[in-house]
Design a protein. Structure first.
Length: 567
């Protein structure tokens, strides 16, 4: 293994000359523009960055080109170089450092795609910046633009084009001469600016041309024996720290050797699940698959790096149609039965794994089974069944649901969790403020037939609203926080409507809504007050009666949904 410095200019040249590639085991580029700016800022401040790890080889490995302009939703298959991917052709793969190398290439020799995908935005540096940090702690102002920007904005790509034959002093003199004419500053300010420009030009040229910023560890598989299986193990290990790759990404690295399309297929089912505004990830999908195949919920690369791993991958490949169909069933259950459209109503995504496991082994559950499945889901969320030792819990539940059974085994599941958790919803549970979003969403789904989180305009996501304004309950009726913050006094209201409502008293507010034909009964739940909102007097006796009666109504609905096995 060699350890050598290399200029950024040489790295960019090697990319342009089809020497440096990304191996197919690398995930897509994921940095956003803020992370790209932060890397550049660190280099301009002379902060060290991590060593890059390369692998020189002549093995038949699919070689992916670095993107000329960054596309965050790129079709990676368009970037594979078939001629370089064959055995016997020498190439250098980036094992660790893809995000940094792609960023640097985009900054100095490429760009990022515009939102419509029709043009490229190039990087421009405010060549006079660097004296003070902004609110994000970055000293150097960097922007991307699809049109040429005027000084003091300097196009970084000029260092490889129009200014390629100039030294740092010549570039700085040219910029300062033009800025002198443009800015017409007082002499002392002008001198400070000229000094900053000279410093920045010197740092830019140094970054590009000097061998002191970028150090490469290269595994030379041409001169020495570095086979792919060993490289895969190294790749997994060097990417297992920090936030570079999650456990799912690491497993894909191990799986792709046996099935190139596995990640793309799983990304498809994750997109399917997230179509209603949720945030499932690839690790969740992998966990579901592993559990159904009897391999446990733990995401470990060893499951795919042995003879048993080859057999497991073959089983997944052969069963993919059934696996994909089960994800479709799960999606339909989430949308049609639970009507979940926002993360605020989900305490743990892991509770969905046993549902997937059950439907994989018991497809097309009956209406009774779906009611029990819905009860299971809400119990798991309300009582935080998956709040600790998650994988171990999933593995235990797999022994209950991961087989063909006559009915959804609610009682067996409850028997397991009853040893450490609550398993039946009681009225006192509704006093727990941490579950208010889940409970209210459940009630609104039942009463309105849909979730208030199913919105197109993200700025109108539902807020928790106090029907009796909390400020007035506290200041005018001297009530305590526990009395005020009761689910009996809560409802959902869109953010925009909540701002308009402000602290209007309920008698006035709901009478006004009722006059224009709005069905306030679905909000208030208590017929006495829904039919005659003027009865919502602002006094302690009326408030407590309304709150407690409404809480009772909420509990009756929740009990029917969460405890179907008791009905």
């Amino acid at each position: 293994m060699s350890y050598k410095p290399r200029t950024l200019f040489r790295i960019i040249q090697d990319i342009d000359n089809s020497i440096i590639f990304l191996p197919h085991i690398q995930r897509p580029f994921v940095w956003d523009t803020d992370q790209m700016r932060r890397l550049f800022d660190s280099l301009m401040c002379n902060y060290p960055i991590q060593t890059l790890l390369f692998w020189r080889t002549m093995e038949a490995i699919k070689a992916r080109r670095v993107m000329p302009a960054v596309e965050w939703d790129a079709n990676l298959h368009e970037y594979y170089d078939e001629n370089k991917s064959v055995e016997g052709v020498e190439k250098v793969f980036v094992l660790d450092g893809q995000q940094r190398i792609q960023t640097l290439y985009a900054l100095f020799n490429g760009g990022i795609k515009s939102e419509d995908g029709k043009g490229d935005l190039e990087a421009y540096l405010d060549i006079t910046s660097g004296d003070e940090a902004d609110d994000d702690g970055m000293q150097y102002r960097l922007e991307f633009s699809d049109v040429a920007k005027e000084l003091p904005w300097y196009r970084l790509r000029n260092l490889l084009t129009r200014n390629a034959q100039m030294n740092a002093e010549e570039i700085a003199d040219d910029i300062n001469d033009r800025l002198d004419e443009i800015l017409k500053e007082p002499r002392d300010i002008e001198r400070l600016r000229q000094r900053r420009v000279r410093h920045n030009c010197g740092q830019l040229v140094s970054l590009l041309r000097e061998e002191k910023y970028f150090w490469i560890q290269e595994l030379d598989g041409v001169a020495h024996d570095y086979p792919y299986k060993q490289i895969l193990e190294i790749f997994v290990r060097v990417n297992s720290g920090g936030t570079k790759l999650d456990s799912g990404d690491l497993m894909f690295a191990a799986m792709k050797e046996g099935w190139v399309d596995i990640e793309q297929n799983i990304e498809g089912v994750v997109d399917l699940l997230n179509g209603s505004g949720l945030n499932f990830d690839k690790s969740f999908a992998l966990k579901c698959i592993l559990v159904t195949q009897g391999k446990g919920a733990e995401l470990k690369t060893e499951k795919f790096t042995s003879r048993e791993g080859t057999q497991l991958l073959e089983a997944i490949k052969n069963n993919w149609e059934k696996i994909e169909g089960t994800f479709e069933q799960l999606r339909d259950f989430i949308v049609q039965e639970l009507k979940l459209y926002g993360e605020k109503v989900i305490r743990s995504y892991n509770s969905f794994v046993p549902l997937f496991d059950y439907m994989y082994h018991n497809p097309k559950p009956t209406e009774t089974d779906r009611a029990l499945m819905r009860g299971y889901y809400y119990k798991s969320q309300l009582f935080n069944w998956y709040g600790a030792r998650t994988d171990s819990v999933i593995n235990v539940v797999h022994n209950i649901v991961g087989k063909s059974v006559p009915d959804f085994p609610m009682e067996q599941i409850k028997s397991h969790f009853s040893k450490s958790r609550e398993v039946v919803l009681e009225k006192e549970h509704l006093y727990n403020s941490r579950i208010r979003f889940i409970v209210l969403n459940m009630i609104y789904v039942e009463k309105f037939g849909g979730s208030p989180f199913n919105i197109s305009y993200k700025h109108n996501a539902p807020h928790i609203d106090h029907i009796y304004p909390q400020s007035m309950l506290r200041s005018r009726l001297s009530l305590t926080t526990p009395e005020i913050n009761s689910i009996g006094n809560y409802r959902f209201v869109g953010a925009t409507d909540n701002i308009r409502k402000r602290a209007e008293l309920p008698a006035s507010y709901f009478s006004r809504l009722k006059k224009v034909g709005i069905d306030i009964g679905k909000h208030l739940l208590v017929p006495e007050f829904a039919n005659s909102p003027t009865k919502l007097k602002f006094n302690v006796k009326t408030y407590r009666k309304f709150r407690d009666t409404r809480l009772e109504a909420i509990y009756k609905i929740a009990h029917r949904i969460v405890n179907p096995e008791l009905l």
